[in-house]
Design a binder for this molecule. Structure first.
Ligand code: APR
Ligand code: PHB
Length: 404
């Protein structure tokens, strides 16, 4: 058996694990990333694409903003199409100048992986049978790779291993409570190298179900359709997808829609899920390991980033100042923000999708709610300030350094 030791063992090399690694590296804190998949698989995964300003700031602080600065598209508004009419939510005007950035999670992951490679930091990809042990006492992680058995002794374990990961699953049942809502439909998404139908994202509420017109760049579009969970990707030819999307759009967008062959097509189920607490002794959960939101509010990656902002700052405070304050506050601080984002994502999902079980009365009430939101500055502001991301305070690394 190979025995290694480090300060922080990070399980999972998604955006949460990679960002934590990069921030710890910047602070000079030793860590190792252990990931079950190959680096090629991790780098190729296609996910969401909207960054809140606080997430962009964190990537800047982590020093991985070069590509983001070149390729990220700042967006100042979104469109909501309802009853065949488009309404623009002026995000910046309603939030004192804040904006969001269109930049794919795939790119964020690649940038972080490249920074990690350049800094020659230790990662184990294709680690099998990863297990976390003794996190209420003297934590360690075990796994196998290429026939070798490893044991990593550490001070802390960061469970950044996503919804299906091993960290949350290892927590004793009587120490954890989970909250869940599963939605009775999925999102069928396609990626295509065609210019987006509009300069801004269009969220579509229609009788035929929800649709979303998004993008990755000025030449690459990402479109989604609400579909029954029983649908299979194979049942959706490109032609059927484009026809159905057109059917959910307004005449102007129908005219502007440029179609082309899909380069990716998949169906994702929608789920709301929260774990309480997010810390178990010396094990922390962060990102999808701790919570899932339906994608309607574009909050998944951003919540992973805010968890990591709190966790990195707590660990830096611990190692630089010997203070356990941030560690003790981690779960409570994260969960406050998590529940607000859960509420917003649930609300957007509820408002814009068709549910098979809803009555005519329910539909009318939802239409009235949407009409109220779109017709009122207070309503629009509520949507805008949640969409651009609720503010949060973290101690900046430079401040922590100065104080030590
Ligand atoms: N051992 C090691 N690694 C594991 C294990 C395990 N037992 N189980 C899962 N992993 C890895 C996965 O292969 C994946 O690479 O953990 C990583 C988790 O990454 P993500 O699922 O991307 O989760 P996270 O980093 O929290 O990112 C959150 O990703 O899923 C989207 O919408 C979500 O945008 C959000 C973001
Ligand atoms: C995306 O571009 O993938 C995307 C954008 C906005 C969302 C969800 C997904 O709300």
């Amino acid at each position: 058996m190979e025995i290694l030791s480090t300060k922080v063992a990070i399980i999972g090399s998604g955006p949460a694990g990679l960002l934590l690694g990069q921030l710890l590296y910047k602070a000079g804190i030793e860590h190792i990333i252990i990931e079950q998949r190959s680096s090629e698989y991790v780098a190729a995964r296609i996910r969401a694409g909207i960054l809140e300003q606080v997430s962009v700031d964190l990537l800047r602080e982590a020093g991985v903003d070069q590509h983001l600065n070149e390729m990220g598209l700042p967006h100042h508004g979104i469109e909501i199409l309802s009853n065949g009419e488009k309404h623009r939510i002026d995000l910046s005007a309603l939030t004192q100048g804040k904006e969001v950035t269109v930049y794919g999670q795939t790119e964020v992951t690649k940038d972080l992986m490249q920074a990690r490679e350049e800094a020659e930091l230790l990662s184990f990809y294709e680690a099998n049978d990863v297990k976390v042990h003794e996190f209420y006492n003297a934590p360690y992680v075990t796994f196998h790779k290429n026939g070798v058995e490893y044991r990593v002794n550490c001070d802390f374990i960061a469970g950044c291993d996503g919804y299906h990961g091993v960290c949350r699953a290892t927590v004793p049942q009587d120490k954890i409570k989970t909250f869940e809502k599963v939605y009775p439909f999925g999102w069928l998404g396609i990626l295509a190298d065609v210019p987006p139908v509009s300069d801004e994202l269009i969220y579509v509420q229609s009788e035929r179900g929800f649709a979303l017109c998004s993008m990755r760049s000025n030449t690459r579009s990402r479109y989604y359709l609400q579909v029954p969970l029983t649908d299979k990707v194979e049942e959706w030819s490109d032609e059927r997808f484009w026809d159905e999307l057109k059917n959910r759009l307004d005449p102007e967008s129908q005219k502007n829609l440029i179609i082309g062959p899909s380069i990716e097509k998949s169906i994702a189920p929608l789920r709301s899920f929260v774990t309480e607490p997010m810390r178990f002794g010396k094990l922390f959960l962060a990102g999808d390991a701790a919570h899932i939101v339906p994608p309607t509010g574009a909050k998944g990656l951003n919540l992973a980033a805010s968890d990591i902002a709190y966790l990195s700052s707590a660990l830096i405070e611990y190692y630089l100042k010997g203070s356990e304050q941030g560690i003790d506050d981690y779960s409570e601080k994260c969960l406050k923000r998590v529940w607000k984002a859960e509420r917003f994502s649930w609300w957007m999902t509820h408002l814009l999708h068709r549910f098979e079980t809803e009555s005519d009365f329910d539909i009318k009430i939802k239409q009235a709610e949407l009409a109220y939101v779109l017709g009122s500055e207070a309503g629009q502001t509520t949507l805008a300030e949640n969409y651009v991301g609720l503010p949060y305070e973290i101690k900046k690394f430079d401040d922590l350094k100065q104080a030590s």
